[in-house]
Design a protein around this ligand. Sequence first.
Ligand SMILES: Cc1cc2nc3c(=O)[nH]c(=O)nc-3n(C[C@H](O)[C@H](O)[C@H](O)COP(=O)(O)O)c2cc1C
Length: 406
Amino acid sequence: MTLSGTRILLIISGGIAAYKSLDLIRRLRERGAHVRCVMTEAAHQFVTPLSVGALTADHVFTDLFDRQAEHDVGHIRLSREADLIVIAPASADLLARMAHGLANDLATAVLLASDKKVLAAPAMNPAMWNHPATRRNIETLSGDGVAFVGPATGEMAESGEAGQGRMAEPLEIVAAVEASLGGGSKPLAGKKIVMTSGPTHEPIDPVRYIANRSSGKQGHAIAAALARLGADVRLVSGPVAIPDPDGVETLHVESARQMHDAVLALLPADAGIFVAAVADWRTQDAAGEKIKKVAGKGPPALQMVENPDILATVGHHRQRPGLVIGFAAETAEVETNAAAKLARKGADLIVANDVSHDSGIGPSGVMGGDRNRVRIVSDNGSDAWSEMTKDEVAARLAALVAERLA
Ligand SMILES: Cc1cc2nc3c(=O)[nH]c(=O)nc-3n(C[C@H](O)[C@H](O)[C@H](O)COP(=O)(O)O)c2cc1C
């Protein structure tokens, strides 16, 4: 229990993401933390004190002028009897009031009276997050020593809206809490893990290539989650538009053959996790010059040849890591194909996901989107995980890797 005996004061403000705070309370408590909650008045519009109190098994504090609460605990004691104050979600309004030192409700009075570390998980519409006023407030609060987790980039609860502003997932907030309290178990300390992520680009000529829709989001999230658990992660990434994951040594390659060579050069390792959507085929001879369109000549015929199979190579390698995990992106018969892949590739686990358009996941689908629904296939059978964000899949998979390597 990584948070055993710690006291966390959770402030819930008025935003859609408040429903995730209920899960956050559970996650903190199952790690041994004692959680006390303050709710702003607006937060009552999104979750009830009844639910929050049932999950904390404690009184929920909501009113600065509540005589009974003030008599029993009081806003000063509330702020002092905590090891860490977590604000999740932190609304634009609450951040603005904090930045200006207001104390016009219980949440802000507690924050102003506190001498404790504060960790905020902002959640708001991307336009609010990017507004110059919010930017100023975040800068001021950072200068005051407030730590932030998130917000993440992705689809908003409001339909059709996307950008930065989505609250960090409960497990990410838990990881930030653990890091902030100096705890945080590092079950993967001393373990070297080789990973791949993203697509590959297979050149046709110097300006054209064959690629796929992989964004690298899932692989990069897994790399970051493993690093948070203390692993020495070496990531070989194909061309992606997202930043290198925090705490991960990242190598950039383009083609499947480059990815293959980079992975083999990183062996030996304790585990290999192959998330990249590696192109199965490449053009036999990429042209050295741009192929010209010539009137009347028609399109060029591309002769394709097979690329090396990185997962199968590592799965049967003399320096095979003790744990080999492959990803299977399938559009049909997901489980059957994953089970066949397990044996053929010499993998211990296959993480199978349905990347078909009718997988039912969001408008952007699994590839490129923020959510995923996976099935973990091993010799012991298959375990279907419910739909969750890619960060949550990453946190759960990292925990599974830690269990397997223990
Ligand atoms: C349906 C709805 C959703 C809202 N979601 C958010 C949100 O995600 N983030 C935010 O900063 N404000 C959001 N607001 C606005 C806040 O609730 C409002 O600014 C409120 O005054 C915040 O009060 P508080 O900071 O005291 O909790 C939302 C309002 C409504 C009506």
